[in-house]
Design a protein around this ligand. Sequence first.
Ligand SMILES: C[S@@+](CC[C@H](N)C(=O)[O-])C[C@H]1O[C@@H](n2cnc3c(N)ncnc32)[C@H](O)[C@@H]1O
Length: 487
Amino acid sequence: MQLKKGDLIPVIIHKLAFGGAGLGECQISQELAEQKPWLKSISGIKIFVPDTIPGDQLLVSLTKIKSNRLEGKIHSFTKLSALRIEPRCQHFPVCGGCVWQNIEYKNQLSYKQQQVQEALAHLGNFPESELLRIIKPIILCNSPFEYRNKMEFSFGRSQEGKVMLGLHSPGMRHEVFDLKECFLPSGIFANLVEVVRDFAKKEKLEVYDDRTQDGLLKNLIIREGKNTGQIMVNLVTSANSFPAINRFKELFKIGIWKDKIHSLLWTTVMQSRGVPTWRESQVLVGKATIHEQLKLENGHKLDFEISAQSFFQPNTHQAEILYAQVVKLAGLTGKEVVYDLYCGTGTIGLFCAHAAKKVYGIESVKEAIENARANAKRNQISNAEFIIEDVGKWLGDNQSNPQSIAPDVVVMDPPRAGLNPDIPQKIAHLKVPKIVYVSCNPATLARDLRLFYDLGYFPEIVQPVDMFPHTYHVETVVQLKKTKKDS
Ligand SMILES: C[S@@+](CC[C@H](N)C(=O)[O-])C[C@H]1O[C@@H](n2cnc3c(N)ncnc32)[C@H](O)[C@@H]1O
């Protein structure tokens, strides 16, 4: 007999892996090995099991068999971990939004800290003793609930054909569950979901199905300025006929909603295979945008105008803390030229501008740069320039330009995939003494830090920040300095 999918294996979970699954070890007792000799070879082998936590002991049904690791799903528990707590939300664990809500917040923080440390040790090849010195304790989120300023809900249909509005369970692209509560944003989000769902039911509206490209209702996107209290409600539909739209609009002109909703939008999206997606937003009530503010560490506030399409950090208060760390680790004194690479809508660059001589923000998405320029203007920031360009190309062009101003600090916040392999080399060519790397992915961060290390840049301070409590995500800010021998 050979090991196969569906085999039941006794497992003990030791850790939480990046991605949220429990990481454990196959425990093949002598008795079991005698009954099923083909299991002997996997004794002590690592196994990933979603929805488990350290201390759980269970029988796991194998789902994936690879030479160096196994994956499985819960069959039955023999002992539940003492670290488990009662999750606050009734949708746990059906909703994949908060996979760690059954773990006390302080324990979540230590797993995140451990993940950063292990990624840098195993994928970055940095010695553990060095890492213990440079990795600072993770900065916690003071409000681990009600922190999100944006949520996107989806419409779906129950088997009986009833309209549903909520979130997708992990791996369920077409099915949603009816959301009754969610503690990641403020309570008003669930109230709005209920109002819109009831309206859709009453009006007998069709839900859009992307397999047949029929129907109307797609999403409900809600945003809330945490420092301004302004709320945007955006109903997203297909371009099919929607005669009830006027009655939808009237809903928000009465009762408690009248003074609460700053912007009510209706966005129609046209999607068909082989044709670029087209979308258009109409203002039904109030304005096309809302405002959000970020407090600088000197007490001043930066004002941001957010449209339906704008990107904004989903946790406003932690964004203030994260960006203040960037300014601190950049060591700005007012005299520095700063490059803000992968600048998006310019929030990091604008945060740095008050403490720098000049900021250059580089980003490839035109709309994001337009937002960044508008944000600079609104906040009367004249020492920040935003440029639409691919970072690799811009670094290349900029080096060959004798007029270019060499940076004193390079700050970068790349996407999850991290840097293209040529980027560290291009940055090293600038002979910049200090780099601040903001990352949402410890694995790609570790890989890139090793590339910088080989070019003479050593990570001096590694600061994890918890932006998303109850999820496995962790943000990290790293200060790198050029070592003397290579300068
Ligand atoms: C993690 S986000 C940065 C968000 C930004 N700090 C903000 O607050 O808006 C990464 C950004 O990199 C941009 N990007 C990705 N690849 C790029 C490239 N090769 N050149 C320039 N920008 C790029 C994306 O469009 C995205 O806005």
